[in-house]
Write a protein of this length. Structure first.
Lengths: 225, 225
């Protein structure tokens, strides 16, 4: 367990109240003055700062695309990677059980500690300092996003995926149309013969239903897109 | 459809860029320059501002309690109530289908528009203005939270709920204990004979497992606590 000023240096941040950083790296297994409340705060701050960042960085992205980009940045695995880049595991205060079972290597504990550190910075110097730290820590991750892929629509992505796997193109068919003129409801099937998979999608028009079906087929086909 | 300066007055906020407010009240059914991206932004801002607010207002609350309090504030029904208080329905730009089907009364459309308005204010004058607006709009809701209840643990809440319904007390039994000394894992059952319900909870100690079981029983018993 290294002294915490090393972690503050890695963060490029000087704490006015170092006890906040101490609490942020203290897992609940190590005592009641732990990082659970700070994690709640940091998680919310991270979600917001990343949302605002992506909103500005991808002016053409639709809401669903922004949501997926954000989810990829704030998911546990990504946070644990960032935490490992800061060697947070070396600084964790863990209870003896977690210590023995290698808790300092666990994604969930590392991710929670990173969020708690962001919460600690928010309390220590306020929103702008926290935002700046998030931008420093996640700059590489945001730069590595492939907005090109995210900005493509599901039908295009599905077609590209199938072509890359040398599989035949998907077939779309309208299964049903219901409702009156301005409130129509479409159900469309998407079938990939080479995968022997058929899914359906629904929407307010044919194109929307096809896109929904393609999105579901992407999920089924195990694409990471 | 009323002119938007009335809505700005209700919000006690003057837009530098009124076109942002116009976009915020435009549902996707009414065109491509709609409120979906603004809603993404406003949703994230609201989640963060409320998290920080509750963190400060309830210094004794644990993470799970803060999460539940926040969820109660940002859920669709609560947002729709706040939106109705601002008469947002009167200002919505809806497509003809949504207009005919009464979309201006729908919780989801009202809640989305409110979030989009918060996103519009964030873009218009920045974080502090957005935060101040959220504090104005949600002050009554936060004041009406019953932190007393939220700060009680699930076993206490369950007991009080059952007593208020003139039902017998719950019974807790240890079903299994596994793992070594410092990594034990408890499974406990909680049974309410008068409801003929049994659920289980897990935890790192008996008390934790009992609390988890009680929390699940509260859910099962349909408590709003």
């Amino acid at each position: 367990m290294r002294p915490l000023d090393g972690l503050a240096r890695s963060l490029d941040y000087e704490f006015r109240q170092p006890e906040l950083l101490e609490a942020a790296v203290t897992h609940r297994s190590a005592g009641s003055r732990n990082n659970e409340r700070l994690e709640f705060l940091g998680d919310a701050a991270l979600g917001f700062v990343v949302a605002e960042w992506l909103f500005e960085a991808f002016p053409e992205a639709r809401e669903g695309q922004l949501s997926r980009l954000r989810a990829s940045l704030v998911k546990r695995e990504t946070l644990a990677e960032v935490a490992r880049g800061l060697d947070i595991g070396d600084y964790l205060r863990l209870g003896s059980g977690e210590l023995k079972s290698g808790g300092f290597r666990r994604d969930s504990i590392l991710a929670d500690a990173l969020e708690a550190i962001l919460g600690a910075i928010l309390l220590d110097r306020g929103y702008e300092a926290c935002r700046a730290c998030i931008h420093r820590l996640f700059a590489d991750k945001v730069a590595a996003l492939s907005p090109g892929d995210e900005l493509k629509d599901p039908k295009t992505l599905l077609q590209e995926l199938l072509q890359s796997r040398k599989l035949g193109l998907p077939e779309y068919d309208v299964i049903s149309v219901s409702g009156k003129a301005h409130q129509q409801h479409f159900v469309v099937s998407c079938r990939v013969p080479d995968l022997d998979l058929t899914v359906t999608g629904e929407g307010r028009n044919r194109r929307g239903a096809e896109q929904a079906a393609a999105r579901r087929m992407l999920d089924e086909a195990g694409s990471d897109v």
